[in-house]
Each structure stands twice: as structure tokens, then as C-alpha cells.
Design a protein around this ligand. Structure first.
Ligand code: B3K
Ligand code: ZN
Length: 854
């Protein structure tokens, strides 16, 4: 298909067009005869026409299938087959549909449907991959029970549900819970397991397994503990128990995303489940714990209650992200989790929401649903749940969610169903709140204040810029958590949630002895951009005194951002008052090390570019890079006397543990090391590298050495030590590019993409190199345009193999309108080159077209 053909062919789907499927699927029985290039799939599906459907159209999705035979009630039929599926005339009474198809798992590089990864068979069906396995009504509102028979020589043959029988070359599974086809899974391979058990609170024993390739079995213990903690937590926090006899997790190396919540058989990108102190960093451990929890929690929010159609994706994803964040807050530190989540939201969701890819949390149209697994659906979707909980209160939230489970178990639901349980159980009208689901764009919240006769008044004004297809925005309900401090730093008004509903609205606090200092949007109570005329004295005051740790960090973050912006725009030296405040805070051993590490973490260069853009300036990536360097150097010099002591007191002796306290200490230790490296040319980093007995310390030391440009020996040694380990090699590939100086980054990335261990076929490896390039702000946006050109080259090469990962990586270009006209012209020409590539996929075509339409 040429580009024109792809475009002409690209159908747009609309929320408003929803119509139910006209048949019930009473049961599904599948037989797989596995062979790498010619797997046979036999299906026996019982359909019943729904009452009232006059002349039901029988259409089954099916793509890239070779139809061998089809029968209805035992008699051969000849359906009409297109590249999208088949139609067939069928009886008006219940009937048995049988089909045999042939597929090519070994030739499947898109990693969707049934494919092979490192010699094992595995599946990925969400959102629309099941149609690449057999003909089926592949839509989430069609739910049925599945029985699966797998014929294959592999030692381990797995599918959803409970095991029925197992013998040489054969396994049978039955899943008693009705599910949509996107939750189907099959795995076959010569795998080994890390087994365990879990007893639910009602006394049912569940067999647990993490299945991996031989050699990886010593990397499963942490994931297993995370799974058991998640199972207990969901019982305690939401009253939800597991509902099968067995829960299997499988690690695969080639996977388009993090993991997949298939019923009873979660499939994980190996990077999101395998962990050992020697090969995984603290960040890896944290991520693994969160993703295991996320996929497990989907068993209720996603699987037992699923989505009516893909427009409702946030129903399961926003809620499940919110649940996994609650879990992490309970397991680790709630404020550290909140600060990290907001950093991530601003880095990924805010630019999306303010750029050409902006879309509502519940979109109303799409071409390729895989392009909508976005930060907006996931992270902003989770923020909406958080706001709802804040507005109704904890007890009412729990009551409403209980009602949701009671009322909708076994159903495919909508956002309306979700909001209805809150309306019914609290009596609240959520019509205006619902705008959070339908309106795209990040609201801006302007604040003005006044004080007279003991009354302090805050006046807020909200506005949202137009987004693609939505020129006009209506006011939303915004929960604004506010506290007030007096001049001593004492709280004179504890946190109270103001409920803003109008475009402009005032709130007053009476009986105050003097004008207070406000702490606004505590815990980041709404995903908005706060605009307030303030100064560094007040920010430093809040950084020193605010009882809300999020806002304390936020004050430091604002100081850091303003300091860099002044450096970029005015060429001024780093603000002295801020350096003093930072110095005081870093030395304050009464403060949590994790918090201090977050305060020391510089704002990202992309974040500075975004802020400059928002204020009407054209960001210069080189100047932003220079400011970051100068700031870090100045801070290191200012802290010079304290750094050796701080480094020593935050260094952990003794065996590695990934717990939150140790992780926080190591985060701070790493921040100190990076500053120290600027003064000693990497001597301490080299000593740390030599002494390291865990990956966190080794990785941190290597970063320090690469930044100091004195690490070539260690860089080579690291490669030699770990070249056999894929996941560590991904880190190595990423490091080479992430820390290359701006003028060299594209060249380094181009060279490393020639390395024998680089491959387009493994998404982790592709993301390691190209993601690192896109994340190296100064390097990717270097004025030569070499970064843009290299990424475009690689995306064009990848598209014919793996459209999903290609389309996802196109987001690197979404912020292009921030930059100067020369850079815009360079990016535009690369986007146009991608768009003109022969046989461009529908996924990439949609993404590039939307970005170009900016
Ligand atoms: N539900 C999957 C994501 C599927 C992505 C399909 N392109 C993982 C998750 O959110 O848990
Ligand atoms: Zn999810």
C-alpha cells in the first residue's frame, strides 16, 4: 500500500457510532497446532442471535489469516473474505461456527497476535490482536468463556484460566470467567518457573508462577513478592480477591510495551519483571513492583469489569494507574510517589495535552486505537480519579467503587456507568465534572490574592487553550487544596479543598491576624498549570516551612526553574538566595534523603523549553543546556565543603536492599556524586565503580564518569562484563547516547546503531538508543538537524517491521512547534519524509499526520 492508499484506507471510528454486536457468544473452544511458520488454529464458537435483531449481519474480524475451512452446524460454508474480516449468512437460531486458519508466528515482527520471541510462542491481543489469530468479533463488549487446547512439543503450554489436563505434547485450559478476546493469551516454550502460593482471605489457595527462560530463574523472587503484596493489598484496600486457581506471569524479551493483564496469564516485557541486585537499578525495582501491581489490579478493573468499546479505555487504565499509585504510596513514601508522578505527568502528559496530539481522556474518534495508549488516557485518567476521590472523600469513594463492582461485575462498561455509581451513592451531580473526560487541554489557573480586616481572599480564574477539534472550552470543576501559613511558618489554616466550578471564583478565609502565605494546590490536587505572581523569597519560605511535602518540593522546583530561565534569558548568574536555600536543605539530615534527592534533581531541559514556550519565548536548546551545566557547576562549587561528608553519610555499607529507605539514600548519594564529579574530575565515581557490588551503584558511577568524560575504560569494562545480558545491555546502549554532548549525540547514536548487538527487531533495544536520543534535549534538537534525520531514518526502517513501536516513537516530534523556524523546517521535512515512505503503516501515518497538522 502506498501512503496515499494508506490514507485513503484509514477509516476513522467514532464513539457516537457505537452499536452492540447482534449475537451472543455462548462459548469459545480453540485448538492450537503449533508450528513456527504454519500454526493451525481451529475455532468452535457458539453464537446465538440476540432477540430483536431483525436481519443480523454476521461479521467476524480477521487479518492476515489463511482461511482453510469454515462450517456452520457442521456444514461447509464459503464466507466472503476481505483483508479486514469475513461475512457469512447464518441461521436465525443458535448455531456452531467452526473455522480452521493458518498463521505465521515466526514471521510476525509486529509483535501483535501470536508471535515468537527467543524461540517461545506468545501473544499480545490488546487492543485488536486477536483478529490476527482467528476470525472473531474482536471487540471488548463481546465476552465469553474460553476453552483452549494447545498441541505443541514445548515443555510449557499455557493459556488463560485453570488447567484442565496436561500430557506429552498437549495441554488443555478452561477460563470460567467471561472475557473479551483482547484478554486471551497463549504461551508455549521451554521455560522454567519460580513457584509460590497465596491464600486468599477467604481461604482459597492459589498457585503462583513466574515463568522465565532457563538462566533467569534467580531474577524472579522480587517480582513474586510484589505479586503477593499486590494480592493482599487489593483485598485490604478494595475488598477484591483473586478468582482462579492459578496465576501465571511470563517474561518475554520482545514486547511492545511494559506488560499485559491477560486473564490469569499476565505477559511481561522481561525488563518489567526480572530483577536482581547485580543487574537491576533501584528504579528498575520500583518500576517492576508498580507494574506487577498494575497488571494484577486489572483483574478487577479491566477484566471482571471491562470496557464497552476502546473509547472507554481510561475506564480501566486511569482507574488502574490510580490504584497502582495508591499501592506504591502505601508500600513506599506517599509524598515521594506523588512528587515523582507529577514530574512524570509534566514531562509526558502536559506536552501531549498542549500539542498537536492533544485528545480528551475519553477520545471521540480514532484511526488506530494503539495510538491512544497515551499519557493522557493513563496518567490524566488517573488524575481524574484522584480529583473525584478528593471531592467526595475517602469513605464515599470506597462506597461508590464497591457499588461499581457490585453493579457491573461481568459487564463491559462506559464512563457514564462509572460516574453513575458516584452520583447514586453520593447524591452529587457530576455533569460538570464529566468535562474532565470530554475536554482536552491542560487548564491554566490564575490566582490573585487580597487581605483586609482579617479576611484573606484568593481569586482564581481558569482557562484552557483550544486543542485540535475543540476551539471552545467550558469551566471545569477543580478541587484546589489550600493551606495558609503565618510568618513563623506555622499553619494557620490546615489543608482545605476549595471546589472551583466557575470561570472566575473567589474564596475567603476569615479571622486571620496577619496576611498569610498561601500554599496552593497541595499534593497537586488537580492537573492544571498554576499561574501566580510570586517571588523567590516566598518560594524559599515555602521550601523551608510548608507542611505539605509536595508543595515544599514544588517551591524548590519553581526556584530551580526560574533560576535557569533567568540564566537563559538574561545570562544572569544562578540566584544566590536559591543556592543558599538549597545548601541548607541538602545538609538538613532531619529531612528524608529521598525528598532531598528530589529537590536536588534538576528540572529537565525539555521542561525549561516548555515553560519558555508557554511564556512566549522561543527556547534555544543549546542555551538551555549551557544553563543546566553552569547551574550544576556553580552548585557543586557552592556545596564543595559539604559534599565529601554528604557522600560518606549517604553511602550504604552492607548488602543491597531495594527498600524505599535505602533507595532514597542511594538517590541522594547519586545526586551528591554527580556534583562531586564536577569538582574531582570523576575520581570518586571511579572509586565507586570499582567498589560497586550492585547495579545501582555501578550504573550511577558510570553515569558520573561519562559526564566527566573520563570513563572510557569503565565503559568498555561494563560492556565486557555484561554483553551477555540483554537488559543490562539496554542500559549500556542508552547511556552512550543519553550523556553524549549536544553536538555529538546524533553521531554517537548513529554509530551505536551499527553495533552488532543493536537490532530493530527488539523494541527495548530500539527504545534504548532512539529513546535516549529523543531524551537528550540538547542533542536531539541540535541545530544541525542530525538528530531529527537519524530518528526519521530509523523510524522509516522500523515501520515495516513494527508499526506500533514506530508510531509510539513519533511522539519525539510532538513538541516541534516550540522551537525556532529553522528547527521547525528541519523537523517538518523529516515528518514529511516519513509520511511519504512507501507502504507506511496506518499507525505511523495517523501519528505523523496529526503532528504535522499542528
Ligand atoms: N493494557 C495493556 C496495554 C495494551 C497496549 C496495547 N497497544 C497494559 C496495561 O495498561 O496494563
Ligand atoms: Zn493498564
Amino acid at each position: 500500500m502506498t501512503t496515499d492508499a494508506a490514507q485513503a484506507d484509514a477509516e476513522t471510528f467514532y464513539l457516537k457510532d457505537y452499536t452492540p454486536f447482534e449475537f451472543e457468544v455462548d462459548s469459545v473452544a480453540l485448538t492450537f497446532r503449533l508450528a513456527p511458520h504454519a500454526t493451525r488454529v481451529l475455532s468452535q464458537i457458539r453464537f446465538t442471535p440476540k432477540p430483536g435483531a431483525a436481519d443480523p449481519q454476521f461479521f467476524l474480524h480477521g487479518e492476515q489469516l489463511k482461511l482453510i475451512s469454515a462450517k456452520i452446524d457442521g456444514a461447509a460454508v464459503t464466507p466472503e473474505v476481505t483483508p479486514q474480516g469475513l461475512t457469512c449468512s447464518v441461521p436465525q437460531t443458535p448455531f456452531l461456527w467452526e473455522a480452521e486458519v493458518e498463521i505465521d508466528p515466526a514471521g510476525n515482527t509486529a509483535l501483535e497476535g501470536l508471535y515468537m520471541s527467543g524461540g517461545m510462542y506468545c501473544t499480545q491481543c490488546e487492543a485488536e490482536g486477536f483478529r490476527k489469530i482467528t476470525y472473531y468479533p474482536d471487540r471488548p463488549d463481546v465476552m465469553s468463556t474460553f476453552s483452549v487446547r494447545i498441541e505443541g512439543e514445548e515443555e510449557v503450554l499455557l493459556s488463560n484460566g485453570n488447567p484442565v489436563s496436561r500430557s506429552q505434547g498437549l495441554a488443555e485450559w478452561h477460563d470460567p470467567w467471561p472475557k473479551p478476546a483482547y484478554l486471551f493469551a497463549l504461551v508455549a516454550g521451554d521455560l522454567v518457573n519460580h513457584p509460590d502460593t497465596f491464600t486468599t482471605r477467604s481461604g482459597k489457595e492459589v498457585e503462583l508462577n513466574i515463568w522465565v527462560r532457563p538462566g533467569d530463574e534467580d531474577k524472579c523472587a522480587f517480582g513474586m513478592e510484589a505479586l503477593k503484596k499486590s494480592m493482599t493489598w487489593d483485598e485490604e484496600a478494595y475488598g477484591r480477591e483473586y478468582d482462579l486457581d492459578i496465576f501465571n506471569i511470563v517474561a518475554v524479551d520482545d514486547f511492545n510495551m511494559g506488560a499485559m493483564e491477560n486473564k490469569g496469564l499476565n505477559i511481561f516485557n522481561s525488563s518489567c519483571v526480572l530483577a536482581s541486585p547485580e543487574t537491576s537499578t533501584d528504579a528498575n525495582f520500583e518500576r517492576i513492583e508498580a507494574i506487577i501491581a498494575h497488571e494484577y489490579f486489572h483483574n478487577w478493573t479491566g477484566n471482571r469489569i471491562t470496557c464497552r468499546d476502546w473509547f472507554q479505555l481510561c475506564l480501566k487504565e486511569g482507574l488502574t494507574v490510580f490504584r497502582d499509585a495508591q499501592f506504591t504510596s502505601d508500600m513506599r513514601s506517599a509524598s515521594v510517589k506523588r512528587i515523582s508522578d507529577v514530574i512524570d505527568l509534566r514531562a509526558r502528559q502536559f506536552p501531549e495535552d498542549q500539542g498537536p496530539l492533544s485528545h480528551p481522556v475519553r477520545p471521540e474518534e480514532f484511526q488506530e486505537i494503539n495510538n491512544f495508549y497515551t499519557a493522557t488516557i493513563y496518567e490524566k485518567g488517573a488524575e481524574i480519579i484522584g480529583m473525584l476521590k478528593r471531592l467526595v472523600g475517602d469513605a464515599a469513594y470506597r462506597k461508590a467503587v464497591d457499588l461499581y463492582f457490585d453493579r457491573h461485575d461481568g459487564q463491559a462498561c462506559t464512563i457514564e456507568d462509572w460516574l453513575q455509581v458516584f452520583e447514586d451513592s453520593t447524591g452529587r451531580d457530576l455533569a460538570q465534572f464529566k468535562r474532565w473526560y470530554s475536554q482536552a487541554g491542560t487548564p491554566r489557573l490564575k490566582v490573585a490574592e487580597s487581605f483586609a480586616e482579617g479576611t484573606y481572599t484568593l481569586t482564581f480564574e481558569q482557562s484552557t487553550a483550544p486543542t485540535p477539534g475543540q476551539p471552545v472550552k467550558d469551566p471545569r470543576v477543580i478541587p484546589i487544596a489550600v493551606g495558609l501559613l503565618n510568618d513563623n511558618g506555622d499553619e494557620v489554616q490546615p489543608t482545605t479543598v476549595l471546589e472551583m466550578t466557575q470561570a472566575k471564583q473567589s474564596f475567603s478565609f476569615e479571622g486571620l491576624a496577619s496576611k498569610p502565605t498561601p500554599s496552593i494546590l497541595r499534593e497537586f490536587s488537580a492537573p492544571v498549570i498554576l499561574e501566580r505572581e510570586t517571588n523567590n523569597v516566598e518560594r524559599a519560605f515555602l521550601l523551608a516551612h510548608d507542611s505539605d511535602l509536595f508543595n515544599r518540593w514544588e517551591a524548590g522546583n519553581a526556584l530551580a526553574r526560574e533560576a535557569r530561565i533567568a540564566m537563559v534569558l538574561e545570562g544572569s548568574a544562578p540566584d544566590a538566595a536559591y543556592l543558599d536555600a538549597l545548601q541548607k536543605l541538602v545538609r538538613d539530615d532531619s529531612l528524608d534523603p529521598a525528598f532531598r534527592a528530589l529537590v536536588l534533581q534538576p528540572p529537565s531541559q525539555s521542561d525549561i523549553a516548555q515553560t519558555l514556550h508557554e511564556r512566549g519565548h522561543v527556547p534555544d536548546p543549546q542555551k538551555i543546556y549551557n544553563a543546566a551545566e553552569t547551574f550544576a557547576q556553580t552548585l557543586a562549587e557552592r556545596l564543595a565543603d559539604s559534599l565529601p561528608r554528604l557522600y560518606a553519610t549517604t553511602t550504604i555499607d552492607g548488602p543491597y536492599s531495594p527498600d524505599a529507605t535505602s533507595t532514597g539514600k542511594r538517590d541522594l548519594n547519586a545526586r551528591i556524586l554527580f556534583l562531586l564529579t564536577r569538582l574531582d574530575g570523576g575520581q570518586q565515581a571511579a572509586r565507586q565503580y570499582d567498589a560497586a557490588d550492585n547495579m545501582t551503584q555501578q550504573h550511577t558511577a558510570l553515569i558520573g564518569l561519562l559526564q566527566a568524560e573520563t570513563g572510557s575504560a569503565q565503559n568498555q569494562a561494563f560492556y565486557e562484563q555484561w554483553k551477555h545480558d540483554r537488559l543490562v545491555m539496554d542500559k549500556w546502549f542508552a547511556l552512550q547516547v543519553a550523556f553524549a554532548a549536544p553536538q555529538k549525540a546524533a553521531q554517537v547514536a548513529a554509530k551505536i546503531a551499527q553495533h552488532p548487538l543493536f537490532t530493530l527487531k527488539n523494541p527495548n533495544r530500539f527504545r534504548a538508543v532512539m529513546g535516549a536520543l529523543a531524551g537528550n534535549h540538547g542533542g536531539f534538537h541540535h541545530g544541525s538537524g542530525a538528530g531529527y534525520q537519524l530518528l526519521a531514518d530509523k523510524l522509516i526502517a522500523l515501520d515495516s517491521l513494527n508499526p506500533q513501536t514506530t508510531a509510539r516513537m513519533c511522539t519525539a516530534f510532538q513538541t516541534w512547534k516550540r522551537y525556532d523556524l529553522d528547527r521547525q523546517a528541519l523537523i517538518r521535512s523529516q515528518l514529511e519524509r516519513i509520511k511519504a515512505a512507501p507502504k507506511l503503516s496506518r499507525d505511523t501515518n495517523e501519528m505523523v499526520s496529526r503532528i504535522l497538522d499542528a
